[in-house]
Design a protein around this ligand. Structure first.
Ligand code: NAP
Length: 246
């Protein structure tokens, strides 16, 4: 009997959850528990870490999973690395459901960097107005450039004081559209955008808006994750579930 653990936290994971539920496939959806009100899922849902790769191994064995689909965010490298290690240890087939990285198009002014610190360094020294579109993690590193005003777009109101002296917080959950993001950047007089190369449609609007406004985008490249089969669509994941060796 097939029993799937779906590691979620992305639009792709929610789309796959709907297909699995409609097909009547036995599956459990897993959230890290980062947001106060996670999107409801049509599958039994668990919340919280497993306790590292070893904790995940135990969970996979105890719950009798036959497959794992890692549909976490491309920057959730720790979870993805743990999944590779745990699945190998207990011989449970694993695939990642991952959207391709964004590519610069004509008219884009992207500066590429491979780390958060690289993005901090790429910001100018003169005071700027920065749309820091990277979620709530890693804000502390930008305190090294306190001269800038930072526009933050977060899913939840920040629980504690922000580590940056000059911020505007916009509470919103994607998907976003180009007209809305263009208006947002105009309203806040944005001069620079910082983004993680998440890929996908839901968060791409800010890149089109930046292109239209001729703004530079500091694009942070994806972290490295150990090799695993990568599927780019729900149909590909469903085919893999039927023949996991592919
Ligand atoms: P991470 O650094 O790779 O994970 C840190 C730890 O959080 C993992 O070791 C694991 O704890 C737990 N964890 C992460 N995802 C989990 C899941 N789906 N189910 C159960 N436990 C999970 O991940 P992150 O960057 O903090 O991201 C956390 C979640 O937010 C992910 O599910 C991701 O899809 C989502 N997200 C992340 C970003 C981003 O930019 N990083 C953006 C949008 C959404 P244990 O070691 O205890 O098992």
């Amino acid at each position: 009997m097939t029993r799937i653990l779906l590691l979620g936290g992305t639009t792709e994971a929610s789309t796959l959850a709907r297909t699995l539920a409609e097909a009547g496939i036995d599956a459990v959806f897993s959230y890290a528990g980062r947001t106060a009100r996670p999107v409801g899922q049509p599958l039994p849902t668990r919340v919280g870490g497993f306790g590292g790769a070893e904790g995940l191994e135990t969970y996979l064995n105890t719950e009798g999973f036959t497959h794992v689909v890692d549909a976490t965010h491309p920057f959730a490298a720790q979870m993805s690395t743990n999944a590779v290690q745990a699945c190998a240890a207990v011989a449970v087939p694993l695939c990642a459901f991952e959207r391709p990285a964004w590519q610069a198009a004509e008219g884009d002014r992207w500066l590429h960097t491979d780390s958060i610190d690289g993005a901090v360094a790429a910001l100018p020294d003169a005071p700027a107005r920065v749309f820091l579109a990277i979620g709530k993690q890693n804000l502390t590193q930008f305190a090294a450039k306190p001269q800038h005003h930072y526009l933050l777009r977060l899913v939840d109101e920040p629980a504690a004081n922000l580590p940056l002296p000059s911020t505007t917080v916009e509470i919103a959950r994607g998907p976003f559209d180009v007209a809305g993001d263009t208006a947002l950047m105009r309203r806040h007089g944005i001069t620079h955008v910082v983004a993680k190369n998440a890929g996908g449609a839901g968060a791409a609007a800010k890149l089109s808006a930046a292109r239209d406004l001729a703004l530079p985008v500091i694009m942070i490249g994806r972290p490295v994750v150990p090799n695993r089969p990568i599927k780019g669509s729900v149909a590909e994941v469903m085919a893999w579930l039927s023949h996991p060796a592919a």
